[in-house]
Design a protein around this ligand. Structure first.
Ligand SMILES: [Zn+2]
Length: 470
C-alpha cells in the first residue's frame, strides 16, 4: 500500500497537504471558539447592563428588610416574607411559583437577654444575646462565679472548677486568616458544642465570645446544638469589647455574673421553600437551581444574611426574563426556609428532588453577604470544576477571578444525597463577620452596586451552565 500511495503523491507533497489541512481546521476551530466566546461575552455584557441599569434587587431588599425585618422560622415575619417572596418571584417573570411545604423548628427568644457582671461592689451590664436554640434561665436568672476558658483543652484542664459556675469561652477569631470564613470555621465549634461540653462538667450557663473580629461591641447570635437532653444549659454570646473587659478583670479578681434569658421551643410549625421556575426549552426535565435563604435571625433585619442572596436570586430571574432569554434547562429560583436553625428547607428540597427522580445539573447559592463579588466556591468533580474555571475570562470583567472549594448550606444536601455539583457566590469576606447575626445587619449596611455586581456574576454563570451544560 505504501508503494502505490507514493506513486500518486510524493511524501513531501502529502505532508504539506496535511499541514495545510490541520492549519485550516485549527483556524476554523479557533474562529468557532472565538465566535462562541464573543457571543457569550456580548450576552453577559447585556446581562450586566440590564442589572446595573434596571435592577430591582436594592428596592426588593428595602422592602424585605424594612417592611418585614427579622424572619426566623415559625415567626410572623417568616409568614410575611413567604407571601412577599411569592409576589416578588411573580413580578420578576416566573412561569410558575409554588410553595414546597416543610416542618420547621419554632424557637422563640421570649424576652430580652441580659447579663450583669459583679465585681466586689460594682456591677456592669454586658451586651449579650442568647444563642439560637438556647434554653432559658429561671425568671430571676442564674447567678454564679465566672470561669474563663480559652478553648476545649483549657476546659478539660479546668473541669473540676466549673461545677455550678458560668463558663466563659473566650476563643478569639484568628486575625491571621485572610479569608474570614476560615476564622469562623475555626471558632464556631465553641458556639455549637460549647454549652453541652461545659454542662457535662456541671456548669450552669455559658457566655461565649461572639464569632466576630469587629471593632464594635454588638453580640452575635447563631445556633447552638445540644448533644443530648440532659446537657442543656442557657447560652449567651457577648460583644467583643465586653468579652475583653471581662477577661481583663478576671486576671486580677473574682467575677460573678447574673444571666437572664427566656429562650424556648414551641412545637414545630409549617414553613415553605418559595420556588419560582422558568421552563427549559430543550431539557425541561433537567434543573438548574439558584437560591438564597429567606429566613433570618430575629435580632436584625437579615440584610446581608441572607436578604442579599434572596434578592440576587430574584434579580437573576428578572434580568434573564427582561432580556427574553429562553433557557435550555429548567431554572428554579428558590427562597429556602429555615437555614439558620435547622436547614429544613434545603433538606426538603433535596429529599423531594430524589423522590421525584429529578435530574439536577447544578445548584448555586448566595449566602456569604452582598459584598463585592470575587468568584465562586464549588463542590464538583474535576471535569466539572475545570469547565467552570474555563469561563473565568468571560466573568472576570464583572469581578470573578477566584474559585475555591465549598458551597451554600441549602444546596449542599443536593450534593451529599445525589452528587449534584453545587456552588456559592464568593464575595469579599472582610466585613461580613462585623455584622453576621448581629443587630447591625441592616439594610443600610448593604451597598447597592456591590449587591448588583453579585447578581451579574451569578446570572453570567447560570447562563453559561445553561448553554453548555456541566
Ligand atoms: Zn445565611
Amino acid at each position: 500500500m505504501a508503494d502505490s500511495f507514493s506513486c500518486m503523491y510524493s511524501l513531501p507533497y502529502f505532508s504539506m497537504m496535511m499541514k495545510s489541512f490541520v492549519f485550516v481546521c485549527s483556524l476554523l476551530l479557533l474562529s468557532f471558539v472565538s465566535f462562541a466566546q464573543t457571543e457569550d461575552s456580548v450576552f453577559i455584557r447585556r446581562i450586566a447592563d440590564e442589572i446595573l441599569i434596571n435592577s430591582k434587587a436594592y428596592s426588593n431588599l428595602h422592602t424585605l428588610t424594612k417592611q418585614i425585618g427579622g424572619r426566623l422560622a415559625g415567626s410572623p415575619g417568616m409568614v410575611k416574607a413567604e407571601q412577599w417572596g411569592q409576589r416578588a418571584l411573580r413580578a420578576a417573570g416566573a412561569d410558575t411559583v409554588w410553595l414546597q411545604q416543610c416542618m420547621v423548628p419554632h424557637w422563640v427568644r421570649g424576652g430580652k437577654d441580659e447579663a450583669t457582671a459583679i465585681t466586689g461592689n460594682s456591677k456592669k451590664t454586658l451586651d449579650v444575646v442568647a444563642l439560637g436554640n438556647s434554653v432559658g434561665t429561671a425568671k430571676n436568672g442564674i447567678t454564679a462565679a465566672v470561669v474563663e476558658v480559652r478553648d476545649f483543652d483549657d476546659l478539660e484542664k479546668k473541669k473540676d472548677q466549673v461545677k455550678d459556675k458560668i463558663v466563659f469561652y473566650n476563643y478569639p477569631f484568628n486575625p491571621t486568616f485572610i479569608r474570614t470564613f476560615q476564622a469562623y470555621s475555626d471558632a464556631v465549634k465553641y458556639r455549637g458544642q460549647g454549652p453541652s461540653r461545659a454542662a457535662k462538667y456541671g456548669a450552669k450557663a455559658v457566655i461565649i465570645r461572639s464569632m466576630s473580629h469587629g471593632a464594635n461591641n454588638f453580640p452575635h447570635t447563631g445556633s447552638t446544638k445540644y448533644t443530648d437532653s440532659t446537657l442543656q444549659i442557657p447560652a449567651v454570646a457577648v460583644g467583643l469589647q465586653d468579652a475583653d473587659w471581662l477577661s481583663n478583670v478576671l486576671k486580677s479578681q473574682a467575677v460573678s455574673a447574673t444571666v437572664k434569658t427566656a429562650g424556648h421551643f414551641l412545637p414545630d410549625t409549617i414553613g415553605h421553600n418559595i420556588i419560582g421556575e422558568i421552563k427549559g426549552s430543550q431539557f425541561p426535565n433537567e434543573y438548574i437551581t439558584v437560591g438564597g435563604h429567606l429566613d433570618s435571625w430575629d435580632v436584625n433585619e437579615g440584610a446581608h444574611d441572607d436578604g442579599t442572596g434572596v434578592v440576587q436570586t430574584i434579580e437573576v430571574m428578572r434580568a434573564l426574563q427582561a432580556l427574553g432569554y429562553q433557557p435550555k434547562h429548567t431554572i428554579r429560583f428558590v427562597l429556602f426556609a429555615n437555614e439558620e436553625n435547622g436547614l429544613r428547607g434545603g433538606t426538603k428540597y433535596a429529599e423531594e428532588a430524589k423522590e421525584k427522580g429529578e435530574h439536577h445539573i447544578f445548584a448555586l447559592e448566595s449566602d456569604n453577604g452582598g459584598f463585592t463579588p470575587r468568584g465562586f466556591s464549588l463542590v464538583a468533580n474535576a471535569a466539572q470544576s475545570q469547565k467552570i474555571k474555563g469561563w473565568r475570562d468571560l466573568l472576570e470583567p464583572y469581578g470573578t477571578y477566584e474559585f475555591l472549594t465549598g458551597a451554600g448550606s441549602d444546596v449542599t444536601p443536593l450534593n451529599s444525597t445525589q452528587g449534584v455539583p453545587v456552588g456559592e457566590l464568593l464575595p469579599d469576606s472582610q466585613r461580613y463577620f462585623d455584622l453576621h447575626h448581629a443587630r447591625n445587619d441592616v439594610f443600610e449596611a448593604v451597598d447597592k452596586r456591590e449587591l448588583e455586581l453579585g447578581a451579574v456574576n451569578m446570572a453570567g454563570l447560570i447562563y453559561l451552565i445553561d448553554k453548555y451544560g456541566l
